[in-house]
Write a protein of this length. Sequence first.
Lengths: 300, 276
Amino acid sequence: MSGEQTFFERNYFLLRRLHSLSGIVPIGMFLIMHLTTNSSVVWGAINSRELHDTAMDRGVATFQHEVSFINNLPLLLLIEIFGLWLPIAFHAIFGVYFAMSGSNNVARYAYQGNKRYALQRLTGYVGFVFILYHVATLRWGWSWLTPGGTQWSHYFASSTLAAALKGSGGEWSFAGVIVSLGYFVGVTSLVFHFANGLWTAAITWGLTVSEKSQQQWGRVCAALGAGVMLAGWSALFGFVFLVDHDRAVAVEEQMVVEKYGPEYLEKLREKYDLEPEMQASAIRDAADRPYPGPAPKLDD
Amino acid sequence: MSNTATNGQPSSAAPVPTRTVTFRIKRCDGPGQPTRWEDFKVPVVPSSNVISCLNWIAEHPVTASGQQTTPVVWDCSCLEEVCGACTMVINGKARQSCSCLIDQEAPREGDVITLEPMSKFPVVRDLWVDRQRLFKGLEKIKAWVPIDGTYNLGAGPKEEPDDQQMRYTLSTCMSCGCCLEACPQYHKEEQEADWENAFVGAAVLSQARLFNAHPNGKVLEGERLDALLGVGGVNDCGNAQNCVKVCPKEIPLTESIAAIGRAATVHAIGRFFRGK
Ligand code: SF4
Ligand code: SF4
Ligand code: FES
């Protein structure tokens, strides 16, 4: 054993276990909450106490309430930075580093476990790219990367999301097809990565030692994964195929009026009148309102 | 078979039917030398195994195209699948050549058997590899029961049959290296200097569990776990679980890995609160 150990070597065990833990808490827990919240656009349509004409209007209103609740959380930016962005960056950077120590020999050893091992690494890469795109476009406001240049707004959560997935005004565009498919692949990858990671974490930490217990826990993880997958897919399906953009805008405008008064809505409208194509996707300015984090640019 | 009848030979010593199997062997003249493939047509009799065929090739070092070559080199010892020395990659799968029967692996006339050295160890020559890193790994985790001392330790403690049974299974490991050959986290390291931080592999993790479970071997548990907390230790396993699938001794390697993971978790937390 020659020479000094590096910081990395000295803390290797801790870093490894933090990497494992961070995938479950907070990232995995957040994934569950995030996807169930999103699926509220569908379950809100099925089962909601909102007073609106159509089922999808009620879904849009339910989702809007969820989003508003989250955006009213105190210290949201701190929660985001320390609860999400840093853990995800940590998990991703070390994950890529650790994954590089592996190799792929599925062609020779085509066992189920080996396929999962390979998929875990692949979905990690895919998921990370997807998260970067997702957060950059919808949270950091890199609207030039969305179909139709849509800026997501937490005041117009459903309509702007539909527009950011499909294209301006919630009309399908070619880029929108790509982005929607990308969301499907990204969400599916991440849910698999989470469920499978939850399974292997129990081995890593030594919770499931016997083969039987590993199998049983495997079934629990598969069931949980299926549930989360269902939430994710239904949400995506809802925003892509069920939400009517213009009706959603009407519901959301009504909610803005109820919460902030008609003057504020007027202000938003004035701004949009200058930019008709922006009005079509209903957005932009909303993030001017008290919302932590870098405000989106309003020029050009 | 019917040979006797048609040949009309006396039936006292019935000739053994032979057939020909082609061996495609990856050759290498020494460390760092280029590799090449050579084919050999080998007459096989029932119950031949790969080693008996290699013996035949050693006597007849002529390739299928009639070229004189050097005898193929390989390693073996016990010839009954307990020493692990003869492990090589046969038709793509790592296994012991002494227990690989031609009747099963190449049942038809003209079948081909491919032989390669294991890819995760430095090649000494042809099919003979150097598994020294595996033994260094066993040293690293002190895979022994410390009983040498200045006084008589007396009789060993009483054993539960269940524990004994579990340990017996683990103790059948022959350090053959199949589990390492199949592991996507285990890579070839030619230089001994690089072994320290390279993954020890499933066999070593399982042996750590074996000796930690031994009533006397337990005294070294802390040292074994310390060695496995670092780079190249238990955390380097990626849970692909190929090892358990390929182990010829059917050792529950993934259970061993999880057991060491559990012990490591407890050990590391204990170390944190003890402050050392
Ligand atoms: S654990 Fe099995 S495969 Fe690995 S070295 Fe031991 S006997 Fe061979
Ligand atoms: S479970 Fe671990 S040791 Fe076994 S093959 Fe997979 S990565 Fe290698
Ligand atoms: S010679 Fe010992 S296992 Fe084959």
